[in-house]
Design a protein around this ligand. Structure first.
Ligand SMILES: Cc1ncc(COP(=O)(O)O)c(C=O)c1O
Length: 377
């Protein structure tokens, strides 16, 4: 249909012109049918999902949950159960927790809460693209300050970029796609010296070591985002949460969050993973870290590749003599989906790959070597 005869529809279309489309990348099924492979032969390594958590293990928990729930009733007690479980797990109080439909939705929630037309939000380059998206949807301006070349925060530059209109600073630590965690001191110094909200997105913190969670109670402007999508392997169920001081969390929960953002099934599975299976999840984190080291070593062992250190479940690497988009497309033809990141600060030709169990990484490394050999030939 040719939209735009109605004034308000026309105005919304004009607003939408300023927004960019979120590129979710290739899906396994889409690629499989394009290159005539089976879905099961595709290695999907572009979205930092967690393949260390066995599918059978998660399906078993889902089956148990299906037998326990009454889908006719809105989830209320189940939100409380998950908050209680998180409260024990993180040593915070349940009142300090906000539950959402993945951390994406909580990013959107705080943007709605803090930003209007004419406001500004500040973040870093490079980082997770959803911050920019949610800021712009609000009609606010998104500004970003490059990281230093060693991927650390440029605290001075960030603070000096703050204007009277800056209401939110988004930090992602460990950062996607650079895979490093920022210094605790730097993050706190930003929170202490800024009047607006500081979001610290810790989607990958369990793969690292440190956290700024312990400061969320005392700093009125700090909110920490976490997710079940990465460490718990629940990307498909969409559960995320935020931790902030009790008063801020209460306002978000009572005034800004929708009444039932997360499904009963997702809430119950997340609670069970925390309460009954965390030891197992932890063992998978250890496995992942060991595999991550092997992957980085293997990548650095290939001529023309330099891998960066990682505190996440993905690795950023660059191809020194060949365009990353060429490598990306050649891998796609072999059924391997990674993320072509391109330029990262002064580093050209960067790609990002999810760390997966050994068998998968072996095939990835072998095919990557072949792609580079083909290019040499
Ligand atoms: C830094 C970061 N935050 C948040 C998300 C999204 O998490 P969720 O699945 O909880 O929406 C991602 C997903 O890749 C991410 O990289």
């Amino acid at each position: 249909m040719n939209l735009g005869k109605k004034r308000i529809i026309r105005e919304v279309i004009a607003d939408a012109e300023n927004l960019s489309k979120y590129d979710v990348g290739e899906t396994a099924r889409g690629l499989a049918s394009r290159i005539s492979m089976k879905d099961s032969e595709i290695l999907k390594l572009n979205s930092n999902e967690n393949l260390f958590i066995p599918l059978d293990f998660l399906r078993n928990i889902l089956r148990q949950v299906i037998d326990e729930i009454d889908p006719r009733i809105y989830p209320r007690d189940e939100v409380k159960d998950l908050k209680d479980a998180l409260s024990k797990h993180l040593s915070v109080s349940p009142e300090e927790i906000v539950i959402g439909t993945g951390s994406d939705q909580i990013i959107d929630l705080v943007s709605r809460m803090f930003l209007r037309r004419g406001d500004e939000a500040l973040s870093i380059t490079p980082t997770f693209v959803v911050y920019e998206r949610s800021v712009k949807i609000q009609g606010a301006e998104y500004k970003s300050v490059p990281l230093k070349d060693d991927f650390s925060l440029d605290v001075e530059a960030l603070l000096s970029s703050v204007t009277p209109n800056t209401r939110v600073i988004f930090l992602c630590s460990p950062n996607n796609p650079t895979a490093n965690q920022f210094s605790y001191k730097d993050v706190l110094s930003i929170a202490e010296n800024f009047d607006g909200l500081v979001v610290v997105d810790e989607a990958y913190a369990d793969f690292a070591g440190a956290t700024v969670l312990d400061q969320s109670r005392d700093l009125e402007n700090l909110i920490v985002f976490r997710t079940f999508s990465k460490v718990f392997g629940l990307a498909g169920l969409r559960v995320g949460y935020a931790v902030a001081n009790q008063d801020l969390a209460k306002i978000i929960n009572e005034k800004f969050q929708m009444p039932y953002p997360v499904s009963l099934t997702a809430l119950r599975v997340a609670t069970k993973l925390l309460e009954e299976n965390f030891k197992f999840i932890e063992s998978k984190i250890f496995e992942l870290r060991a595999e991550r080291s092997r992957l980085i070593d293997a990548l650095n062992g290939i001529g023309g590749i330099v891998a960066f250190p990682s505190e996440t479940n993905f690795v950023l690497f660059r191809t020194v003599n060949i365009d990353s988009s060429v490598v990306y497309r050649a891998l796609l033809e072999r059924g391997i989906i990674v993320r072509d990141i391109g330029q990262v600060l002064k580093f050209r030709n960067c790609l990002r790959v999810t760390v997966a169990p050994a068998q998968i990484m072996k095939r990835f490394i072998k095919e990557l070597e072949e792609v580079l050999d083909e290019d040499d030939a």
